[in-house]
Ligand binder design. Structure first.
Ligand code: COA
Length: 247
């Protein structure tokens, strides 16, 4: 089993370009190593990840956004989506933005009873990403998707299970061990049958997801440079409420 532990607790595990790069490399290495039968992604006690580093969002130059074919975030998400081994997530706490988006592409998602999941893209002047505008309504229907994607309302751990984003809720102190035990079960299963079953499960949606990802990525990259997003990012660092009244 390969373990990817997101560890930047002083910034609530906000993901930088360098972290995406390292996670992409780790996933690709796990895929290439026959001894690795499953991948575990985990965070720190109390936080899985607060999402993309908002400072990186502000400073990202045109062409470095999710539209750029070789951007680290795209390399990471592509490595995750194309990983042909089971990926198990242990959601140790808050999972915001891409922290929730990435869960949509994992096979098993165990959430701590203290976790909060949220996709507050609109509040940041952004749009959903990596096929979440397709997968979220598929999982829970338009009404609940509107709550989560238009309003950005958080999911409690129980709602995440009920909506089909998470597999089960575990006490905070047990979530990582439980997820690890599930990942380790693949040590005793035939890897070829596991790989081909995962491919079969994914294949019917893969082309449509790719198409939606491209469309989302183009809009996301444009919105990253929008005055609405700049206002939201500045408000976050100035620890004030954003003012969208002027738009
Ligand atoms: N990008 C950059 N820095 C971040 C960050 C992010 N996504 N999330 C948290 N941080 C930083 C804060 O700026 C703060 O830095 P400081 O100590 O230098 O002031 C530090 O991490 C601690 O965050 P804080 O907000 O004080 O912690 P909290 O426990 O009160 O709240 C969160 C935790 C996760 C709820 C809150 O940090 C948050 O909402 N983060 C942004 C989530 C987000 O919108 N992500 C992008 C989604 S697309």
């Amino acid at each position: 089993m390969a373990t990817i532990e997101i560890a930047r607790p002083e910034k609530k595990n906000a993901l930088t370009v360098a972290m995406y790069q390292a996670m992409a490399d780790a996933l690709n290495a796990a895929r290439a190593d026959a001894a690795v039968r499953a991948v575990l992604i985990t965070g720190q006690p109390g936080v899985f990840t607060s999402g993309n580093d908002i400072e990186d969002f502000m400073t990202r130059a045109p062409g470095q956004g999710t539209d750029a074919a070789d951007s680290p975030v795209l390399r990471f998400m592509r490595a995750l989506i194309e990983c042909d081994k089971p990926v198990v997530a242990a959601v140790t706490g808050a999972a915001i933005g891409i922290g929730t988006t990435m869960l949509l592409h994992c096979d098993f998602v165990y959430v701590s009873d203290e976790a909060r999941l949220a996709m507050p893209f609109v509040a940041l002047g952004l749009v959903p990403e990596f096929a979440s505008s397709l997968i979220v309504p598929q999982l829970m229907g338009h009404r609940r998707a509107a709550d989560k994607l238009l309003l950005g309302d958080p999911f409690t751990p129980e709602q995440a299970v009920e909506c089909g984003i998470a597999s089960a809720v575990l006490p905070a102190g047990e979530v990582v061990n439980h997820a690890r035990r599930v990942a380790e079960r693949f040590n005793a299963l035939p890897p070829g049958a596991v790989r081909e079953t995962k491919q079969l499960l994914r294949a019917p949606q893969a082309a449509q997801q790719l198409e939606v990802m491209r469309a989302e990525g183009a809009i996301f990259a444009r919105r990253l440079r929008s005055p609405e997003a700049m206002e939201a990012f500045q408000a976050f660092f100035q620890k004030r409420k954003p003012d969208f009244g002027k738009f």
